[in-house]
Write a protein that binds this ligand. Structure first.
Ligand code: SF4
Length: 487
């Protein structure tokens, strides 16, 4: 077994109930390292090109890397891969939390799931005890509710990932939830689990991971934690999390307003990181072994309900607060909670809602199609639309559940011009009129419009020498924020 790795791959065929544990190949580790590399290699070699993303032959892959689960900063990420229901192409999404380390402690670096269970099912992994279990009691429950129920049933020490009703109903931007607020949000990976009749995966590992020299590894880990905490970005990132860049992105003219019709809003001061701290936050929350607790666990109270939730993070703020024009951080947080519970990606969910409102304003869909009048900035409208698309409540909800690309191709009448996506994946929270490199990053990202492959906004709007850490640090203090250079 190679040091750093758990040493095994778990393969489950839900159609035949076959469960295989096989050794992890040394060659694969050397050539593809782990995580995204393992996912890409496995999809390339094992997924037939004409596979239906929601068909039983699609693969659902969970992968960790050689550093996952070790005493190192932020070693808790878990990677997922599949063929995307949202784009029909490469699906790739990751989440923080504690799931990946638990999978490795159970002995597995990767799990490859295929087939389709006959009835609602969850996967139970406790070290090398692997079971396909009945999930009827959990089917239909919200993602967060399901996780809470399963923790009560199995024990707090299980790490659990779930899908919500949207995943069960095969909404094409359904996500995976974990740790009451960590999501693998993009590319519709939750719908792949739903298509396989898997409601959840629960894992508990009690083993350990081999390390070549434990003393040296521990010393390196301590050194890495120290280095991270001394980085300039640490000061800005930790207190407000990603919400800390809200005012800055707005000031440089890259905030998506009214379904990306403009690039600036007047109310960013009402929905920024400071408002998250003042009006929502109960406590900081971090992923496994992360010294930078960017998660803000809190409570929100609105006219439509009260909820406990994690977030909202920047993307959720920019798309609900900008693209949908909600002006209250409490309402944005509640929309965030609803997306989490229903099991949809906040980025795509907000973008689809904004697209629907613009269609309605332009007379391309009617009040009868929708079931009520809808408008930008109206909390009732946004909550109604999230429910409509996640639960496919009527024909329009069914259409919207397929994302803006397919919806616009069916609605037609020019709606394609304001369906904001790349490859069928809705844009994340940056308007790119003054940010050509960021636009290029969206256009060339392998999964579709996403900011995690290249975040080059700072270089576009402030200058090529911009240090991203400085921007983030400055974002926490509006008086020292770098000024935009807009040509
Ligand atoms: S707490 Fe935030 S910074 Fe730390 S690993 Fe999780 S997502 Fe990343």
């Amino acid at each position: 077994m190679m040091d750093g790795y758990a040493g095994k791959v778990l393969r489950i065929d839900l159609s035949t109930d076959e469960i295989i544990q096989e050794p992890l190949s040394k060659k694969m580790c050397e050539e593809f390292i782990g995580g995204r590399g393992f996912v890409a290699k496995t999809l390339y070699e094992e997924l037939p090109p004409d596979t239906d993303p929601l068909g039983k032959n699609n693969l659902f892959i969970i992968a960790t890397g050689p550093l996952s689960g070790h005493f190192l900063p932020a070693s808790g990420k878990t990677h997922f891969g599949s063929k995307s229901p949202a784009t029909g192409g490469y699906a790739d999404s990751n989440m923080g939390g504690h799931f990946g380390p638990a999978l490795k402690y159970a002995g597995f670096d990767m799990a490859v799931i295929t087939g389709k269970a006959k009835t609602p099912t969850y996967l139970y992994i406790r070290d090398d005890i692997i079971e396909i279990r009945d999930a009827k009691a959990y089917w239909g429950k919200g993602s967060l509710t399901c996780e809470e129920m399963m923790k009560k049933d199995l024990g707090e020490d299980f790490q659990i990932l779930t899908i919500g009703p949207a995943g069960e109903k095969l909404v094409k931007f359904a996500c995976i939830s974990h740790d009451f607020g960590r999501q693998a949000g993009r590319t519709g990976i939750g719908a792949v689990l739903g298509s396989k009749n898997i409601k959840a995966i629960a894992v508990k590992g009690t083993g350990s991971i081999p390390v070549f020299d434990l003393k040296k590894a521990y010393a390196k880990g301590k050194q890495a934690f120290k280095k991270v905490s001394e980085k300039p970005g640490f000061k800005g990132w930790t207190p407000e999390g990603t919400a800390g860049i809200t005012d800055w992105v707005n000031e440089v003219g890259s905030f998506p307003a009214k379904n990306f019709q403009t690039s600036h809003i007047d109310h960013s001061h009402m929905i920024n990181g400071k408002k998250v701290l003042e009006r929502l936050k109960i406590t900081d929350k971090a992923c496994y072994c992360c010294p930078t607790p960017c998660g803000k666990y809190g409570k929100t109270k609105t006219s439509l309900g009260t909820a406990y939730m994690e977030g909202p993070e920047f993307e959720t703020i920019s798309l609900f607060g900008g693209s949908c024009m909600l002006e209250s951080i409490e309402e944005i947080a509640y929309a965030n909670y609803l997306c989490d519970e229903l099991g949809i990606d906040t980025i795509s969910g907000a973008s689809v809602a904004a697209f629907a409102i613009e269609c309605y304003e332009k007379g391309l869909i009617t009040k009868e199609d929708i079931g009520k009048e809808i408008k930008f900035g109206d909390f009732d409208s946004i909550v109604y639309l999230l429910d409509l698309m996640s639960l496919k409540k009527n024909a329009l909800g069914d259409l919207l559940s397929q994302g803006v690309k397919i919806a616009s191709e069916k609605i037609k009448k020019g709606s394609e011009k304001f369906a904001i996506h790349v490859k069928g994946l809705e844009w994340t929270g940056y308007e790119c009129r003054n940010a050509p490199s960021m636009m290029l990053a969206y256009m060339t990202a392998d999964i579709g419009a996403h900011h995690n492959r290249a975040w080059v906004l700072g270089h576009d709007v402030v200058g090529a020498g911009t240090n991203v850490h400085d921007l983030i640090t400055a974002g926490a203090d509006s008086d020292t924020r770098p000024k935009a250079v807009i040509n």
